[in-house]
Design a protein around this ligand. Structure first.
Ligand SMILES: [Zn+2]
Length: 318
């Protein structure tokens, strides 16, 4: 994978600068309007399908299946019908979630369909309305992890759960021999790996650049290179292994105008958005202590999506 750094504002497709004639623009606007209406009507159709299936209306009208019925009458694909039957069915008696489907489509509630109940409907409907489908999926995954963690410990704590996992690795004989030496006769594999990690941390610490005060939100190359190397160009949120999308200033760059390598981390697109919604707890600590929050921290200096504008971002291409 190659990683290319660009300023977000420069992500312009090659032909998008070509000027539209008045006639082109008129045609484009008309198409957009028709497209918007088509999507709206498709969302309405999707909401009706579970009931149509229950009453077997497609059968009474002599169609071979509900898929044929939806394809011929509404141009719906097989996947759209599956989604409507599976996801809409789960939310059709929850009015707030139904409204989300009406406005944003079935995909917008996909991530919450299996966890939403009458009791928590308003909470998830609000999140589904605000977030993109991808962001919501990440949030739900982290949120579930958080609930499991709290339940297993019966108490909220900032300490990571200490559960050991067995890992199988394929190693060439030479690497294995070197590792065995590092482990020693009486040592443990965990100890050997911890040793390696500590050595890596020491090396990184020695080459860490000094913080830089700047009016520009563009992270100096020396610092961005260091942060990307330290984080291995991977999102630092616990459990997330997605490639990084942005270099995130945990203290909020607009507050102190400092690029500090100790307060800059690689984050994926979803965790970047969640951080800017104030939904990540313990951001002032090392990432291993970061947790997902149920409610946004309105006291957070970077609370609010408006802060996303102008933030230096890094895009990754594979
Ligand atoms: Zn992430």
């Amino acid at each position: 994978m190659t990683v290319k750094s660009v300023k977000f504002a420069k992500k312009v497709r090659p032909n998008s600068r070509r000027k539209l004639s008045d006639d082109d623009l008129k045609m484009h606007l008309q198409f957009s309007e028709y497209g918007m209406n088509a999507k709206e009507w498709l969302r309405k159709c999707a909401l009706m399908l579970p009931e149509i299936e229950r009453r077997k209306i497609w059968k009474k009208k002599k169609f071979g299946s509900i898929f044929e019925y939806a394809a011929k009458l509404a141009g719906m694909s097989k996947n759209q019908v599956y989604d409507a039957l599976r996801i809409v069915r789960k939310v059709e008696n929850l009015p707030a979630l139904r409204r989300v489907v009406e406005e944003k489509g079935v995909n917008a509630v996909r991530a919450v369909a299996t966890i939403v109940t009458e009791e928590n409907e308003m909470f998830w409907a609000k999140k589904a309305m605000e977030m993109s489908a991808r962001e919501l999926e990440t949030y739900v995954k982290d949120f579930r992890g958080e609930i499991n963690r709290s339940e297993s410990l019966h108490v909220k704590t900032t300490e990571p759960v200490k559960v050991k996992t067995t890992v199988t690795m394929e190693l060439d004989p030479q690497t294995l021999k070197q590792l065995e030496k590092l482990k020693g006769r009486d040592g443990t594999w965990e100890g050997a790996i911890k040793n390696l990690l500590e050595t890596r941390e020491d090396h990184l610490e020695a080459e860490k650049p000094e913080p830089v005060k700047s009016e520009s939100n563009y992270v100096p190359a020396q610092i961005s290179k260091f942060v990307e190397k330290r984080d291995n160009c991977t999102c630092v949120f616990p459990g997330c292994t997605k490639p990084h999308y942005a270099l995130h200033h945990t203290q909020g760059f607009s507050r102190d105008h400092i690029h500090d390598p100790d307060k800059l981390y690689c984050v994926c697109q979803s965790h970047h958005s969640l951080a800017h919604r104030g939904l990540i707890e313990n951001e002032n600590q090392k990432p291993k202590y970061w947790r997902i929050r149920e409610k946004a921290d309105s006291a957070s200096p970077r609370f609010g999506l408006d802060q996303l504008v102008g933030e230096h971002k890094r895009l990754t291409f594979s």
